[in-house]
Design a protein around this ligand. Structure first.
Ligand code: SAH
Length: 219
């Protein structure tokens, strides 16, 4: 790993342990999710200026009008996606700085993550390379289309809110596959869990959430 942010190494171990305690208090039960998040150095995914705040329970700006997801949102969505079982092939839409992909990589055989903003993807690539995470493939593109060439996926997770579940993503789930996404506009977003069973899709509405919108096209 690089010496980037090395000055806060000790501090970040302590603050990361506190973040995990907080996630437990907030109701995250999956010990594998908590363990993955205790291993991923979240401060390396935000700019140096914000590194000291990386473990606060908040979304932080990562440039280009985007944010690194709230630790609780990452923990909760990954917990719901996994349902206590290891994942094989996962698709994430909205790589952003790559943090959630790094958490998913600890819990899955392969992670594919699509990001529409090329410069953000460049930053994520650098961090993932520095951390030598071998099982993440980052792609530049519009996640609304998914990644048909790599489908099907047993897990699909969206880091940006869709008005409704994108139809091409539904078709890229395996039979038995699960998709977790923030859905709806503005103030009225809900987290949805969709499970595919053959040609049927069972939908469950979970808690209220607040995410940036899923936008069309690439930038
Ligand atoms: N996964 C990130 C969260 C990033 S915020 C984390 O771990 O913190 C959501 C990201 O979704 C933004 O970077 C945004 O650019 C991206 N996004 C929005 N619409 C998209 C689309 N159609 N395809 C791919 N990425 C998209």
């Amino acid at each position: 790993m690089s010496v980037r942010h090395s000055g806060i190494g000790m501090t970040s171990d302590r603050t990361r342990a506190r973040m995990i305690e907080r996630l437990r208090e907030q109701g995250i039960r999956d010990i594998d999710v908590l363990s993955a998040m205790s291993q991923v150095p979240r401060h390396l995914f935000v700019g140096e200026v914000l590194a000291l705040r990386a473990y606060e329970d908040t979304a932080l700006p990562i440039g280009f009008g985007q944010t690194i997801s709230h630790p609780y949102s990452v923990a909760r969505m990954v917990e719901v996606l996994r349902a206590g079982k290891p994942l094989l092939k996962v698709l994430e839409i909205g790589a952003g700085c790559g943090y959630q992909a790094a958490v998913l990589a600890k819990l899955s055989r392969e992670v594919y993550s699509v990001e529409r903003i090329a410069s953000l993807l460049g930053q994520a690539r650098r961090t993932i390379r520095e951390l030598r995470i071998p099982n993440i493939k980052l792609k530049h593109g519009d996640g609304n289309a998914g990644l048909p060439e790599m489908a099907p996926f047993d897990g699909i997770i969206l880091a940006a809110a869709a008005e409704r579940p994108p139809p091409s993503l539904l078709t890229q789930l395996t039979d038995g596959g699960r998709m977790v996404l923030p859905c709806g506009l503005g103030e009225s977003q809900r987290m949805l869990l969709i499970e595919r069973q053959g040609d049927a899709y069972h939908e469950q509405i979970l808690e209220m959430v607040r995410f940036v919108p899923l936008l069309p096209g690439v930038a």
